[in-house]
Ligand binder design. Structure first.
Ligand SMILES: [Zn+2]
Length: 333
């Protein structure tokens, strides 16, 4: 489906094979000079077909089109490798582009730290292997990465009447970047802000505090005057600050949930994640697909790191495994 968002501005809905995320948005900004497409879909036939229809209906020539990728995740980036084949420029943050290059080298989204990840978190190795196999189906290993043009916070991207400022919004990915036009008050949010879905904030043991980064990014975007948000998934929406408040509230609730679990005693990440409430319709933890368990554990890590940073949770090592508990001063009587 193609929707007109504003003059010379369109949203192409690109279908995804996921049950939870049914599509990704590809935004087209038509210029009198070059066009800009923000985010692209996966390297799958279903995405290519939808993109092809969009390009034809909007009368876009790939030879005259560049790409801006908000973050490295496959549903936003992968198809750009193919679309940029006539020498388009592909803009991405240095952090996320280099992360993709590292994944390409090592062939793993965890950068070959899988065993360590399992040992530290209590995650069963067989489940992790299963999770990676499930997503490997969607990644074409033979697609070559395009040469990237790195963008920095504050860089200006001009297309048509738009003058977008690149706005670094680390959290959903470390190098996540949004686009903001001050005159039109349009904010292209990638997965930093979504309307109906809560963007996942994944933590890994070698990262500092991604949830802390995300909450700071929300504060930063809260300062902007925004009339229209163009999110990476779902419909465009207007109430930017209202949505930021809801997202802050969601993470506060999740953090409280972890503290409440820890009041019953110390535990490892995998067990904590298995006891939290996740919004997968009616499913029990044991029935979650492996990749959902992996994401749930990532969410739990990001919240534990945030709580650790704020002094509300302490961590100790039991063998290799990390065990979290409330600091003595926080434990209930
Ligand atoms: Zn996404």
């Amino acid at each position: 489906m193609i929707y007109k968002v504003a003059d010379n501005t369109f949203r192409i809905e690109i279908p995804l094979p996921h049950e939870l995320l049914r599509s990704v948005n590809s935004y087209v900004f038509k210029g009198p000079g070059r066009n800009l497409i923000v985010d692209t879909g996966m390297m799958l036939d279903m995405c290519m077909e939808a993109m092809d229809i969009g390009l034809r209906e909007l009368d876009l020539d790939l030879r005259n089109t560049d790409f801006f990728i908000t973050h490295f995740h496959g549903d936003h980036f992968d198809l750009a490798s193919w679309l940029a084949r006539y020498g388009s420029t592909v803009f991405m943050s240095r952090i996320d582009a280099q992360f993709l290059e590292a994944i390409r080298e090592s062939g793993s989204i965890l950068l070959s730290h899988e065993e360590e990840f399992c040992a530290l978190s209590g995650f069963p190795e067989a489940t992790l292997r299963d999770a990676f196999q499930a997503i490997a189906r969607y990644r074409r290993g033979d697609a070559k990465l395009p040469p990237f043009e790195y963008v920095e916070d504050g860089d200006i991207m001009e297309v048509g009447d738009y003058r977008f400022r690149c706005t670094a919004t680390p959290g959903h990915s470390e190098g996540h970047v949004c686009l903001y036009d001050e005159n039109e008050k349009i904010f292209v949010s990638g997965d930093h802000l979504l309307g109906g879905i809560t963007p996942t904030i994944q933590g890994r043991f070698d990262q500092a505090n991604p949830l802390g980064d995300y909450l700071e990014s929300l504060d930063r975007v809260y300062q902007l005057e925004v009339n229209l948000v163009l999110p990476g998934h779902g419909d465009v929406f207007r109430n930017c600050r209202g949505r930021i408040d809801e997202l802050r509230g969601h993470h506060e609730k999740r953090a409280s949930e972890i503290l409440a679990l820890l009041e019953k005693g110390r535990d490892n990440v995998f067990n904590l994640a298995s006891r939290m409430g996740w919004s997968i319709e009616g499913a029990l933890w044991n029935d979650f697909p492996s990749f959902q368990k992996f994401l749930a554990v990532g969410e739990t890590i990001s919240h534990l790191k945030y709580l650790e940073e704020t002094g509300l949770v302490t961590k100790e090592t039991k063998g290799i495994e990390l065990v979290y508990s409330l600091p003595p001063s926080q434990r209930g009587a």
